[in-house]
Design a binder for this molecule. Structure first.
Ligand SMILES: *Cc1c(COP(=O)(O)O)cnc(C)c1O
Length: 395
């Protein structure tokens, strides 16, 4: 058995040398030094006014929320962002005390009780929701007001009150004794696009909403607008907090934003060769025989499949790295295993390590490479890895 040391849900890199470690067929390595580097680089982009919120929703984009949150906080982040209450509770249970913003919507009395109990900070998206919060806290006899974050919709058309109604909305929340406005924020829809027209319009609307609030004599609290892309693209979008997810994990939201800072990918996906054999010309490989060997070839079976998060749509259309070389994956990817053609490399042994995402010698395969083949985004690739892959922290 792998032992999980201090960090829940993540295995210490020291276990790599133990026999138990070698029995793993597939795993994810988390380079916490790279994560720390990325956070420091991001903090370096910010003025003294601006704090960094590390967005660790969806188990830190598949990287393991607790270890990522702890490392990010040690490296200069001061806020954490999660999507749901259980994600916030997981961090509190691990002893993390930093302020935690819940980016998603919460509504029920049970949720509000949990938020108050665990000292999480909810997003309030509408006047109706603000009143539910207020009434629930009243019924709970809560003495100290709950810090809440007001969400404005400036053009994402997701959560939030439309920016034109910002003044009235903020005035209402301010009048509720059980709520204390900790920040006012909005989210950008197109910050990763080289065409900044829509982003600039959202920026203008956010400014207009702030002006509206100030005109009502309300002192504006902390403000925030930027995700990773906006943080990299334009410092006039930084305000008091930037909410950074993807860049913390070492990926760029778009190729045109790569010039700003040097980020290092944090996650690597690895698996072992479980069998090696020669197949004759004309032999079909895997379900449906979607690959037929054009000549005799050396085939290696690798112990990872779509139930681990390797998208089946990559079948016959991806490469993996062995001994620093790229080799083609062949045949349909199956639930727990996939096959690769290792004819180009002498004498591959069972037990050798295959890197699916990451670096081997001079070769590199990134989540962006998969995302492009799959016509999706790297965010989805990262959160697609399943929990049966142990996350191993490399310190
Ligand atoms: C997920 C999320 C972020 C982080 O986005 P990245 O593009 O990964 O930096 C920021 N703000 C909100 C509201 C989010 O939902």
């Amino acid at each position: 058995m792998l032992s999980s040391k201090q960090i829940p849900g993540i295995v210490s890199g020291q276990d790599c040398d133990s026999y138990a470690w070698f029995s793993q067929r597939a795993w994810i390595e988390i380079d916490l030094a790279a994560l720390s580097h990325n956070v420091r680089q991001l903090v370096g982009l910010l003025s003294a006014r601006t704090q960094l919120m590390a967005v660790v929703k969806a188990d830190a984009y598949g990287h393991g929320a607790v270890a990522v949150a702890q490392t990010a906080l040690e490296s200069g982040a001061s806020w954490l962002g999660v999507a749901t209450i259980p994600e916030g509770i997981q961090l509190r249970e691990a002893g993390i005390q930093a302020p935690i913003l819940i980016l998603g919507a919460t509504h029920t009395a049970e949720q509000i009780q949990a938020i108050a109990h665990w000292q999480l900070q909810p997003t309030v998206c509408s006047p109706k929701q603000a009143l539910v919060f207020s009434n629930t806290l009243e019924a709970m006899n809560e003495r100290s007001p709950l810090a809440v974050h007001i969400k404005l919709d400036t053009g994402m058309s997701r959560l939030g009150t439309n920016w034109q109604q910002a003044g009235e909305f903020v005035k209402l929340v301010q009048s509720l004794p059980h709520l204390q406005i900790a920040s006012i924020y909005s989210h950008l829809a197109t910050a990763d696009s080289p065409d900044t027209t829509v982003m600039e319009e959202q920026h203008r609307r956010f400014e207009e909403a702030i002006a509206q609030i100030q005109a009502m004599g309300i002192k504006t609290p902390c403000l925030h607008l930027a995700n990773s892309a906006a943080t990299l693209a334009n410092s006039s979008l930084h305000y008091d907090i930037v909410r950074v997810g993807l860049a913390v994990y070492g990926l760029y939201p778009s190729p045109h934003l790569q010039a700003t800072i040097k980020l290092k990918p944090v996650l690597q996906v690895k698996a072992r060769v479980t069998q090696v054999k020669t197949i004759a010309a004309g032999t079909g490989v895997s379900y449906g025989h979607q690959f037929i060997a054009p000549q005799e070839l050396r085939l290696a079976v690798v112990g990872i499949g779509y139930a681990d998060g390797v998208p089946r749509h990559l079948s016959n259309n991806m490469q993996v790295m062995i001994r620093g070389q790229r080799v083609p994956q062949i045949g349909t990817i199956t639930m727990d295993q996939l096959m690769v053609d290792v004819s180009a490399i002498e004498d591959i042994q069972e037990g050798e390590i295959v890197t699916l995402l990451g670096e081997q010698g001079k070769e590199k395969i990134s989540a962006d490479e998969w995302a492009e083949k799959l016509n999706t985004i790297s965010w989805e690739i990262l959160c697609g890895f399943k929990h049966r892959l142990p996350r191993v922290a490399m310190m």
